[in-house]
Design a protein around this ligand. Sequence first.
Ligand code: COA
Length: 313
Amino acid sequence: MDTPPKKMNIRPAQEHEAEALSALALQAKAHWGYSADTIESWREDLSISGDTIASRPTFVATVGDGIAGFYSLAPSTQSWKLDHLWVLPQLMDRGIGRALVAHALETAVRGGASCVTVDADPNAESFYLACGAERCGEVPAPISGQPKRVRPQLTFRFDMQIVLATIDDASAILELQKLAYHAEAILYNDWSIPPLTQTLAELRAEFADWKILKASCGNRIVGSVRAIERKGICSIARLMVHPKDQRQGIGGRLMQTIESLFPKAAKFELFTGDKSEGNIRLYERLGYCSSRTERLSANVSLVFFEKPGPRAL
Ligand SMILES: CC(C)(COP(=O)(O)OP(=O)(O)OC[C@H]1O[C@@H](n2cnc3c(N)ncnc32)[C@H](O)[C@@H]1OP(=O)(O)O)[C@@H](O)C(=O)NCCC(=O)NCCS
């Protein structure tokens, strides 16, 4: 993607620009190739009124004297909504959309938002994901000729923090562990896997020599991972994310953060069950290669993964 045009500027929209902005939204939406009838049926949703411009944070990007795009936010107590984000088709792919998103997120953070949600057009999903949004779901949105069309529901979160857990977090982490590994127990038809049988005393004892991370949203722990370094080998274990919060990149972020805590490791290693295809994909994406397999029980075989640590590079 190109950098924004040099003369681009972002300024508050003015009430009298409502008609021009509504026309721009229609033009940008039509760019995805929807039929004229479909675009017409969305005319009201795509319009923005002078009242909205006056009452909600609405900003335009200008290039020279012309309007190149705009956004409008619907504020609320915690979760704000990005109601409009449009760029003129002839000025797309020049970084204007990204600049508007960055401006919108900053506006929302300053206003006290803990997240910004987007009810997105399916064609715009990859753009929002590239800007750092997470996909939290989808709603059916069939149109003529596309009965399976859905609108992705995306969220920019500002409130997720990854920090070292303390022993006071032990019982919350153990509860999360039992919940997260439930799916693994079902997959292997084995309810005696160590994450499910670990006791609170055992987990509390691990705080002595393991580094244990927690990912939290507000005061809710949504994920965790732990690691220990012995003789230059950093073993990573118990990567977990609350089932409701999975597939939003939290597992990947936990892995990157835990690795960063071991700058002297010559090697990182971890294992997962051979049927846990999602876990295997995640580790491979993070640069891990399988090194060996080990049969644990009749139902479970473990696949060991490793990757060079910073000291080996
Ligand atoms: C393994 C586990 C920790 C992964 O956590 P996670 O937060 O879902 O991981 P990520 O979101 O980083 O990645 C998982 C998938 O979500 C996708 N994803 C990430 N961000 C996304 C987003 N914003 N929108 C849609 N999908 C997204 C990833 O691409 C990946 O997809 P894939 O399965 O098709 O490869 C979680 O599934 C878990 O707790 N499982 C149970 C315990 C367990 O098995 N732990 C591992 C022991 S070895």
